[in-house]
Write a protein that binds this ligand. Structure first.
Ligand code: SAM
Length: 282
């Protein structure tokens, strides 16, 4: 038993003091590389005026830097075993609040009340990347920027340029309300335990001037978008027949916006899709 523990601690070098066994079910891959953490703080432009939200403080490596450099940090952590450790580690910090809760269950209305320009900075659990981003976008009025460590391919997709044929529902949602930027790649060896995939740090800057909402209501945009993506393998002309459009009519409209009859939803930029809806509705 002792040998097994020693072997585990050797493999997971950062846990020697904390004595915590990383839990796969909570997506625990810790990041304790001081220069990388400094780079995160630097690109996120955190200063003593910044109110920060962190999802999943884990063993508190990033948390510590955020507390030291921001006005106030609120962190949501789900893992019961980490709570006593984090509470003790930061007990003297007055600009820190630890919330022991599943972030996806959290009532953020209360959290965001009377808050503006919050920055979100987190090395998130990858199993809930899309739900986290979608939940944060609901509170975009109160958020300034979102900085997340995510799987490399996810960062590439979310920050993809229009017409790259890799747009997804999530990418559309992000790009409708915000500007996304692939900031830098983080090799998997930087994490502990080492995951199977490389990561990337992603920046999402909420658009204050409602670039697209002034052209189309979000309800309408997402109603068409959900249908367009309802079956990814099918063309838009097939998918939009669920909204009562004939396939031939949709094909005509596709031609008018310079697409082929077999075009799929993933080929559209946000602006391109808005233009397409305009033609469809005539
Ligand atoms: N921030 C730490 C770091 O960089 O070393 C830990 C990052 S680890 C990838 C993800 C963290 O999110 C873990 O601490 C995990 O327990 C926590 N977590 C997982 N699911 C969560 C949820 N639904 N709500 C809040 N925290 C969660």
């Amino acid at each position: 038993m002792k040998r097994k523990k020693e072997k585990y601690q050797k493999k997971n070098k950062h846990f020697e003091n904390e004595n915590h066994k990383a839990k796969k079910k909570y997506g625990q891959n810790f990041l304790n590389d001081s220069s990388l953490l400094d780079e995160i703080l630097n690109v996120a432009n955190i200063d003593e005026e910044t109110e920060v939200l962190e999802i999943g403080p884990g063993l508190g490596f990033l948390t510590e830097k955020l507390i030291e450099n921001s006005k106030f940090l609120t962190a949501f952590e789900i893992d019961d075993d980490l709570i006593p450790f984090l509470s003790k580690k930061f007990e003297k910090k007055e600009n820190f609040k630890l919330v022991h809760q599943d972030f996806m269950e959290a009532d953020l209305k209360t959290f965001f009340e009377n808050k503006k320009d919050v920055k979100v900075v987190a090395n998130i659990p990858y199993y809930i990347t899309s739900p986290i981003i979608n939940k944060l976008l609901e509170y975009r009025e109160n958020i300034d920027e979102i900085y997340l460590m995510v799987q490399k391919e996810v960062a590439e997709r979310i920050a993809s340029k229009p017409h790259s044929k890799s747009m997804s529902l999530l990418t559309h949602a992000v790009q409708f309300y915000a500007e996304a930027e692939y900031l830098f790649t983080v090799p998997k060896e930087k994490f502990d335990p080492v995951p199977k995939v490389d990561s990337a740090f992603l920046g999402i800057k909420i658009l204050k001037n409602k670039k697209y909402e002034s052209q189309i209501s979000e309800e309408k945009y997402f109603k068409y978008l959900r249908e367009a993506f309802s079956n990814k393998r099918k063309s838009i002309s097939n998918n939009l027949s669920n909204l009562g459009f004939s396939k031939d009519f949709v094909k005509e409209c596709l031609k008018k916006v310079g697409k082929t009859e077999l075009a799929r939803a993933e080929e559209f930029s946000v602006q391109g899709f808005i233009d397409f809806i305009g033609i469809l509705e005539g």
